[in-house]
Design a protein around this ligand. Structure first.
Ligand code: 13P
Ligand code: SF4
Length: 344
């Protein structure tokens, strides 16, 4: 595809969302990225939070964390370029270790992944011996390696229910844990938030959580929803499960990023409010030009926003930044992710 064809393709999706001058500049970058992708036998995976010009031009596959893990596991390309954040690129490496996995920016972290260490998990396992550990995929490989099974926002309750255990440790997202506890009817405790909880059996809890939070989703409030409902009384509100339980309760729907996309596509509501990273709003608007979509863009994910077309081009040109995971950690972490994938 030449630059003019790429511009036309992007413009068909993004006219009215991005100015023509920006689209022409980004079309040039996208054509060069796609040329190098072919030359280097690479696949590009793009998370739903990627900025719209990137999202609509270079990924071979777009999707949520679970989807992209599956694509990473299945690819036969030599190189995987992950347009997402570090824990996602690491998950690709865990599942397909013979491939070179590149993350275009070294700054693309995640506040949830940064909230817990492998040592923290070992200490919890010592305090609650024999209790299975469920870890959100938004963690680094050494934390996954200490876990029995991983989950994503789209399968967290199913993973917890699959364990057939009276009690589970669920890490590290406090709000996702509270939302899963409510969905599964379990009582949850947070040893780090209320440190004087006594240890031992016979206590009335079935989940043990941690204090991590997504720095984006924790900022949405019930007041935000109330204000929008005042202005648009028939608005349909969608909240990612990393939002607080109060926000999820005040919303009409809660689900991972793919589930939100499908829900908007199937909805006939006159207005929709998306409580998640703002760029995904642009991507949903471009897929549903007939629908009214509102979003709150005062909070953005600083990590996802690190991934640009410019950095992705440099990534392919200079083979940067390669994801490496020590084999002993990789093996154990991959087992936790594969167990999750096996339950669907
Ligand atoms: P999904 O698994 O729903 O794509 O979410 C990933 C994420 O980082 C949400 O903030
Ligand atoms: Fe992490 Fe939140 Fe950004 Fe997702 S939106 S990558 S959970 S900081």
């Amino acid at each position: 595809m030449n630059v003019e064809e790429m511009f036309q393709k992007m413009n068909a999706k993004l006219a009215g969302i991005l100015p023509e001058g920006e689209l022409r500049y980004k079309a040039e970058l996208a054509v060069e990225i796609n040329r190098l992708k072919k030359e280097k036998n690479a696949v590009i995976l793009g998370h739903n939070y990627m900025e719209p010009a990137l999202f609509h031009s270079i990924p071979d596959f777009t999707g949520d964390s679970l989807d992209l893990s599956r694509k990473a596991a299945q690819t036969d390309k030599d190189l995987i370029v992950f347009c997402g954040v570090k824990f996602m690129a690491e998950t690709a490496k865990l599942l397909n270790p013979s491939k070179t996995v590149l993350l275009p920016s070294q700054e693309a972290g995640c506040s949830l992944a940064a909230s817990i260490t492998a040592e923290d998990v070992r200490a919890l396992k010592q305090r609650f011996p024999g209790v299975p550990v469920v870890t959100y995929v938004n963690t680094y490989a050494d934390v996954k390696a200490e876990s029995d099974i991983c989950c994503t926002s789209s399968n967290a309750a199913a993973v917890v229910n699959s364990l057939n255990s009276d009690t589970v440790i669920f890490l590290p997202d406090e709000y996702l844990a509270r939302n899963v506890a409510r969905e599964t009817g379990k009582h949850i405790i947070f040893p780090t938030l209320t440190p004087n909880i006594p240890d031992g059996s016979g206590l009335d809890y079935q989940m043990i959580g941690w204090h991590g939070r997504c720095e984006v989703h924790e900022k949405f409030t019930v007041e935000d929803i109330d204000l929008i409902r005042e202005q648009f009384p028939e608005v349909f509100v969608l909240a990612h499960p990393e939002c607080s339980p109060e926000v999820v309760a005040a919303a009409d729907f809660s689900g991972g990023t793919n589930a939100m996309i499908h829900q908007v596509a199937d909805s006939s509501a006159p207005h929709h409010l998306l409580l998640t990273e703002c760029a995904m709003g642009d991507n949903i608007i471009s897929a549903n030009p007939d629908k009214e979509i509102l979003r709150l863009c005062m909070v953005r994910c600083p990590h996802m926003n690190q991934i640009t077309l410019e950095d992705t081009l440099a990534s392919l040109r200079f083979n940067q930044y390669q994801i490496e995971v020590p084999e002993e950690i990789r093996r154990r972490a991959a087992r936790a992710v594969e167990r999750m994938i096996a339950i669907g």
